[in-house]
Design a protein around this ligand. Structure first.
Ligand SMILES: [Zn+2]
Length: 313
């Protein structure tokens, strides 16, 4: 058995995971970001022991502990180099956790961990060359090459959400303009829908379903499904740039599958046909079939499962 930890900006989630990638139990606690690294790591340790306690599993039965972090991580040294959400820089979380648990500690970027889980146990299983994209508040990415995570020289590889794919009406949180995540995240869908509504407050189903401030990605997709013109303009733009992003990935890596996770992927059945059609439009070698594009299997658990398996990824 192993322990996988998802260290998020909102919650810390600890899971006990079997060697076959099944979560036996998971527990969470709020991250309480303002209290700083030392206290948050302390909370994490308490949650680890609490999770073991309630499941009657001893630390002796745990092979290793892996952590997925939303930031720049050095997999080899175990250092969190930069984590904007948590306000952390150069935090040696592995040394502290090793002292407090006596276990080997592995650490990686959270999207890498999720990609690893989908590759080992989920939708990308057996796809030795594949890419995972998670479309949520932002866009995260993980690249599997020859059956291993591709982390890059500095651990900063696979930042696919910040691949520049066009010009946009607002800047990305990273400071650049035109990043993929400003077109294909839930945030991007909401911002563009609000922009269209403000410019031309037409008779849209979106506003019949909710108030302006509470527009979310699900409402936009639901309205598009019902034939709403404005919602469909938003979805068409999302699909166009998603297709461009996917074609860029395929042109560079020529992978056999792209797995799509995150909240926006819930609408996958609705946008998949449009997406494949746009990919065919933008792809370079028309005679090569489009790679598999599938909605991820493991949902929110992917980060915990992948973190627990970081030693083999
Ligand atoms: Zn960016």
């Amino acid at each position: 058995m192993r322990i996988g930890i998802d260290l998020g900006g909102t919650n810390i989630v600890v899971g006990i995971v079997t060697n076959e990638g099944k979560i036996l139990i998971k527990k969470s606690t709020p991250t309480l970001v303002t209290r700083g690294a030392a206290i948050i790591i302390d909370d994490m340790v308490k949650l680890i022991y609490k999770t073991l306690d309630v499941s009657h599993i001893s630390m002796e039965d745990i092979e290793l502990i892996g952590i997925g972090v939303p930031g720049l991580v050095d997999y080899k040294s175990g250092l969190i180099k930069e984590c904007v959400n948590l306000g952390w820089g150069n935090v040696d979380i592995c040394t502290i956790l090793k002292e407090k648990t006596g276990k080997k500690i592995f650490i990686d970027n959270d999207a890498n961990a999720a990609a690893g889980a989908e590759f080992l146990f989920g939708t990308m299983k057996n796809h030795l060359n594949s890419v995972f994209l998670t479309l949520g508040t932002g866009v995260g990415g993980g690249i599997i090459l020859n059956g291993k995570l591709h982390r890059g020289i500095n651990g900063s590889g696979a930042e696919i959400g910040h691949m520049i794919v066009g010009e946009n009406f607002y800047d990305c949180a990273c400071g650049n303009n035109g990043c993929l995540e400003t077109f294909t995240s839930a945030t991007a869908l909401i911002k563009f829908a609000k922009k269209l509504i403000k410019e031309d407050p037409q008779d849209t189903l979106i506003l019949k379903n909710t108030v302006f401030d509470e527009i979310d990605a699900k409402i936009i997709f639901d309205c598009a499904k019902q034939g709403d013109k404005l919602a469909n303009l938003v979805v068409e733009r999302f699909v166009k740039y998603f297709a461009i992003g996917i074609c860029n990935i395929v042109n560079i890596l020529d992978v056999s599958m792209i797995g799509i996770g995150g909240g926006v992927s819930a609408a996958g059945e609705f946008f998949m046909e449009l997406l494949i059609s746009d990919i065919k439009k933008y792809k370079l070698f028309k005679e090569i079939p489009v790679c598999y594009i599938k909605i991820a299997d493991l949902g929110n658990d992917a980060g915990i499962i992948g973190a627990a398996m970081l030693d083999i990824l």
